[in-house]
Design a protein around this ligand. Structure first.
Ligand code: ADP
Ligand code: ADP
Length: 210
């Protein structure tokens, strides 16, 4: 299995009860899994644990045979090679599309950067927008750029937290189909969090109910 999560448990410091208890999940390479559940069911917390933004109280997390967390080991978030897309896009407002997309791409030469930029912008059909600023783009376009930015460093795993929740119903349907195409085209192993069963059905290969 490409992603293995075993017996994961977690409690926020100020909380009385555990938010995550003995959570387990296995994902094959290239699979898109949806975590479906109402607000407060722990979806965001699970993504924060996988990405390393929170430290679990117990369990194991492995991606591609690399231990990211167990009782003896904690890999820092920036070293995990995990891509993230959030509900509020979180593009840097003072940077152009080009700068936003290349932000997480490490030390590679100029030509390679251009190649990556063209490749991911082509993928999200936004090649003409390199020099634009986020405020010049629509909500759907901003979300496509957020996806391009997450894919640019070729993440081992892509985490998407309610990526459509700021979009209206029509756009939501359109964008979720686009995202599914992009994830499949890039063979991205992905965990996609949503409270919306239609989102989950349209995008995921498999749905996990929390
Ligand atoms: P969502 O359900 O969209 O994931 P929430 O509204 O649950 O987001 O949480 C928004 C922010 O508030 C998050 O950063 C989360 O960590 C924080 N938060 C949520 N619940 C609590 C809580 N009980 N105590 C402290 N912070 C919380
Ligand atoms: P979801 O993403 O499914 O809405 P969350 O993972 O945001 O759920 O929250 C799971 C539980 O953890 C909720 O009960 C929430 O109130 C609590 N929680 C979230 N963030 C914090 C925090 N920073 N501190 C304390 N409790 C939190």
């Amino acid at each position: 299995m490409y992603v293995v999560i075993k017996d994961l448990s977690f409690k926020y410091k100020n909380a009385k009860e555990y938010q995550i208890k003995n959570f387990g999940l296995e994902i094959e390479k290239g699979e898109i899994v949806a975590l479906l559940g109402p607000s407060g069911s722990g979806k965001s917390t699970i993504l924060r644990l996988i990405s390393g933004l929170e430290v679990p109280n117990g369990g194991e997390i492995l991606v591609n045979n690399n231990i990211l967390y167990n009782k003896d080991k904690f890999i820092e978030p920036e070293k995990r090679g995990i891509g993230m897309v959030f509900q509020d896009y979180a593009l840097f407002p003072h940077m152009t599309v080009e700068k936003n997309v290349l932000f997480g791409v490490g030390n590679v030469d100029k030509n390679e950067k251009q190649r990556i930029l063209d490749e991911v912008l082509e993928l999200v059909d936004m090649k003409e927008y390199k020099k634009r600023y986020p405020h010049e783009l629509s909500g759907g376009q901003q979300q496509r750029i957020a996806i391009a930015r997450a894919l640019a460093p070729k993440p081992s795993l892509l985490l998407l937290d309610e990526p459509f929740s700021n979009l209206d119903a029509d756009l939501r349907k359109k964008i979720r189909n686009e995202i599914k195409d992009i994830l499949k085209k890039t063979h991205s192993t992905s965990i996609f969090v949503t409270h919306d069963i239609e989102d989950a059905k349209d995008v995921a290969d498999r749905i996990i109910n929390l």
